[in-house]
Each structure stands twice: as C-alpha cells, then as structure tokens.
Design a binder for this molecule. Structure first.
Ligand code: PLP
Length: 366
C-alpha cells in the first residue's frame, strides 16, 4: 500500500488530518441535486462502456480550447483519474518497456508501470530547480526501450506548475524519441498564478491526458474521471476499461454533466479559499524550527523540507502520536525523503492546530 494509505489507515479518527488529498468542501448543491434526481429518475442502470454521450461531448467541448477538433471519440469516462491512469498504462506499456516517471511523484505512476510489466525510470524534480524536470537529465535517461513519459502539472506533492515553454520543450523531447506523453492534469483548475493553464492536449498527436471530477467538484468518493487520447488509443483503452469495470457510474455521470453547466462559481470560490489557506500555511511553516518550504503554485499540498535528526517516516509517526496526520515525503519517491506532505484542503482551524503541533515538535528537535 502507498505511504498515504498506510498513514491514513493507521490514524485514529480524532487527529488533524492533512494526509489525504481531498477537498474538505462538499460538492456544489447543483451537483448533489442532480445526483439525487438522476437516482429518482431511473438512471440506475449500466450505461455505455466509454461513458454517456452528453458527458463525453461536454468533456470534448471543454478541451476545444486546446484543440478545436476534439471529439467525443477522444474521450473515455473512467472510475476516477486512478482508473484512467491504470487503463493508460495497460494500453500503452508492454513488458520490458521503460517509462519515465517523476521523483517525487504521485504514488500510482511507478506501480502502474510495474503492473503492466514495464520498468519505471525515475527523473528528478529537485527543489533547487523549483521541482521542475531537467531536459538534460531526461535525455540521459532515454534508451531504446523508453516508451512514455508521465508528467503531472500542477504536481502532487510539490505544487509545481509547467510553463507553456516547458510544455513545448517536453513535447519536442517526446517527438525526438517517439514517446507517448501521459499528462496527469487532475489539478488543472487548482492554480494560483495569473498565467493560463498549459495543457498538453492538442500539442501533439501522441498524448494521453488524464483528468478527474474528484478535486474540481469535490466529489472524491463518487469516483469519476476521464482520459483523452487519439481515437485509436481510446478504442483500445475502452476494451481494457470494459473488462475491468464495465462502465462508469451512471448517476454520477449525470451529476458531473450538471457540474459542467453550473459548478464554475463553486470551483472558483473553493480555489480562492485554498489560496488563502496556502498563504497562511506556507508562511507559518517557515517559522517552524528546522523547516523550510517552497511556495506551491497549484494543487493543495505543502511539501516542506526539514533538517531534524530523523527520517520522514519517523517524523510522520512522531507527529501522528502528537495528533497530526501527514504523509512522509518518501512515499512519493527517494527525492521526497526528509520532506512531509501536508494537504491544505483542510479547515483553517485544523491548519492552525497542525502548525501548533509542528512548532512544538520543531522546538523539541532543536
Ligand atoms: N492524479 C493525481 C496527481 C492525484 O493527486 C490523484 C488523487 O489524489 C489522482 C490522480 C487520482 O484521483 P481520482 O482517482 O480520485 O480521480
């Protein structure tokens, strides 16, 4: 099990939980009402394997801003971004292939590569380079077996965001080596910069974009996400998806469709609130003895480094004993060692409690 799940499963329920990556908000009322109405109105049966047509159309329409010939045939609706990532791995990676994955990076990428028989090859996201990939290093990691590169912007756990220029550079790199780009964009609306989001969609033919309704509509437990890819890829991915899950939840899809029409103000307000919490938390973490923290630009995680004389797993365990649940940085890869991941998708009161626990702990470590 991932470090995130191990900590979550071990934690008593009365701790301050900054461990899991989910908004503390409820889904918008319009989406909740749409779910209830869908259930009452008989949307309780299996649906099409690739997702209901109006939802696939709405997703395609959303991506027309990046590529105006995006069609429903480019879209597969999945059980969260998690299934979209797994289906992508099983569709693309073959035994013996190598897949470039970020370190630190989200906990699914490397295990998914292994489950598909491929080998994850880690590229580094170093703090001194703003947690962004280095093209020279990427070049040095490519072999004849490299099949794909997984990218994630905004990044979990670091909050780093790719510039438009970096997106173009990674596309050039992938073109030079004939790689598929698997771009996990589940935090694309949770950004705190003025620049518009730079998606990989429409940048080249050989791209799979993964996205999710979990974070943006605060419906993590409803399990709904999607992927976009070239039409022939979606045909193949749909077969694997069908054999794993038959189809996504019908009422949840009806509700998500309503979200496209109604949830933008809710999402905007949620992101504004996350930004305030981020500003509070990062400033406070910088006052914890022995701790430093880069300002994240997106998602809802702080990824502070510490200089205390213990490992990140030990630190997380000690903090749990004192009432704070957070995730050891090494859960995200070796370069996450001596970091903690704290989710600030939590109430201000809980963030204040967390800071008090961290400060007291930092004092003890002096
Ligand atoms: N990708 C990233 C970067 C995530 O942080 C998460 C969840 O935390 C997911 C994908 C998967 O989310 P879900 O399966 O709920 O859509």
């Amino acid at each position: 099990m991932s470090g995130i799940r191990k900590m979550f499963d071990a934690a008593p329920s009365d701790v301050v939980n900054l461990g899991l990556g989910e908004p503390d908000f409820d889904p918008p009322d319009s989406i909740k009402e749409a779910l209830l109405a869908a259930v009452r109105n008989g949307y309780n049966k299996y649906g099409p394997s690739a997702g209901i047509i109006p939802l696939r159309d709405a997703i395609a329409q959303r991506y027309e801003q990046y590529s105006d010939d995006t069609l429903r045939d480019n879209v597969l609706v999945t059980i969260g971004g998690s299934e979209a990532l797994m289906v992508t791995a099983l569709s693309i990676y073959n035994p013996g292939d190598e897949v470039l994955v970020p370190n630190p990076g989200f906990v699914l990428y490397a295990p998914h590569a292994r489950l598909a028989g491929a080998k994850p090859v880690f590229y580094s996201l170093r703090e001194e380079r703003d947690f962004l990939p280095n093209l020279t290093e990427l070049e040095s990691l490519v072999t004849a077996r490299t099949k794909a590169i997984v990218v994630n912007s905004p990044n979990n756990p670091t909050g780093a965001i790719f510039s438009a220029r970096l997106v173009d550079q990674i596309c050039d790199f992938a073109n030079d080596h004939d790689l598929t780009i698997v771009s996990d964009e589940v935090y694309d609306e949770i950004i705190y910069t003025d620049e518009p989001y730079s998606s990989f969609w429409g940048k080249r033919e050989n791209v799979v974009v993964v996205n999710s309704f979990s974070k943006v509509f605060a419906m993590t437990g409803w399990r709904l996400g999607y992927l976009l890819g070239p039409r022939n890829f979606v045909v193949e991915a749909n077969k694997i998806h069908y054999y794993m899950v038959a189809c996504p939840s019908t009422p949840a899809q009806v509700a998500a469709l309503r979200g496209f029409q109604s949830a933008a103000p809710h999402t905007k307000a949620m992101v504004q609130e996350f930004q305030k919490r981020r500003d509070y938390l990062i400033k406070a973490l910088r006052t914890v003895p022995g701790m430093t923290c880069v300002m994240p630009k997106g998602a809802f995680y702080a990824f502070p480094a510490f200089s205390w004389d213990l490992s990140d797993v030990e630190a997380a365990q000690e903090l749990l004993k004192r009432g704070l649940l957070c995730t050891p940085g090494s859960s995200f890869g070796t370069l996450g060692q001596r970091h903690l991941r704290l989710s600030y998708a939590a109430s201000r009161k809980n963030l204040e409690k967390a800071v008090a626990i961290l400060k007291a702990f930092g004092e003890e470590q002096r």
